[in-house]
Design a protein around this ligand. Structure first.
Ligand code: NAP
Length: 251
């Protein structure tokens, strides 16, 4: 039986995998959550939007004869990753995660580790500062209890609703970002403190290197826990897994 692959995307690594899968001619569909206005075009048939929880994903797997799922979502997309573990478990579908190592502090870094967004908000208690909030647009509301800061927000798309932060400056930029440009941005806005998710990878790394150069502290939000599943770190390893894994389905 041939492979029919579902790639859960939203990352640079997912896009690289889509190209690799297309090149070798494996039947595959690419899935986006639909969070950004202009998602990157993929060389594969693409669907956009949630599946409707675990049950929705189970139905999608059945209806589309999916034999293999690659979870190449962002490390903070914990709900999707948990749903994939559950739905693949229920349907006997092969699942692998394409992940990237988290960033590690280097000499000269001044990181405060916090477990989640709420803890990052709590860590911002205190006098007004110029804060670069580099966490995307989905959790901005959570920072409303700390309105004393002047926030620099860099977002892929302009916010679609009201941002409940009275002192903020919004920069809309899809990247890619360079350390030089991030140093210039931080200097321009007098940034004193950065809040970042520990995304890992190269796409969002520039701000971490810029912070080190400028000697700026970072409140680093640790990754959420995700149930155990097999993980690999490259498209080549996913292709090797596809080569070796069985296509027998449980249900
Ligand atoms: N969280 C971040 O910091 C971040 C950063 C960069 C990119 N992204 C990307 O943005 C997407 C959404 O992130 P999130 O934090 O909202 O995830 P999440 O909290 O884990 O997911 C919430 C819901 O969004 C839907 N969803 C998520 N990823 C999907 C995908 N690839 N295809 C179809 N539906 C998907 C699912 O809806 P249903 O339950 O209805 O199926 C899921 O339950 C992910 O694909 C991720 O790779 C996230």
């Amino acid at each position: 039986m041939a492979h029919t692959l579902l790639i859960l995307g939203g990352t640079t690594e997912a896009t690289a995998l889509a190209i690799a899968v297309h090149e070798v001619g494996i039947t595959a569909t690419f899935s986006y959550a639909g969070r950004v206005a202009r998602p990157k075009r993929q060389p594969l048939p693409t669907r956009i939007g949630g599946f409707g929880g675990v049950d929705g994903l189970v139905n999608y797997i059945h209806e589309n004869g999916i034999t293999h799922v690659v979870d190449a979502t962002h490390p903070f997309a914990a709900q999707m990753s948990m749903n994939a573990v559950d739905a693949c478990g229920q349907t006997g579908t092969q699942l692998i995660a394409l992940t990237r190592p988290k960033w590690q502090p280097e000499t000269g870094d001044n990181w405060t580790h916090v477990p989640d967004i709420d803890a990052a908000v709590a860590a911002l208690r205190g006098p007004s500062k110029n804060v670069m909030l580099a966490i995307g647009r989905m959790h901005l509301d959570a920072f409303a209890p700390q309105p004393q800061h002047r926030y620099l927000l860099r977002l892929v798309d302009a916010p679609d609703g009201e941002v409940p932060l009275p002192n903020r400056h919004i920069v809309v930029d899809q990247g890619p970002f360079s350390t030089e440009n991030d140093i210039a941005l931080m200097r321009e806005h007098g940034v004193e403190l950065i809040v970042s998710k520990n995304a890992g990878g190269t796409g969002a790394r520039a701000k971490i290197d810029a912070a080190r150069t400028l000697n700026l502290p970072i409140i680093m939000i640790d990754r959420p826990a995700i149930p155990a599943r097999p993980e690999v770190g490259s498209s080549a390893q996913v292709l090797a897994w596809l080569d070796h894994s069985s296509t027998e389905r449980g249900v």
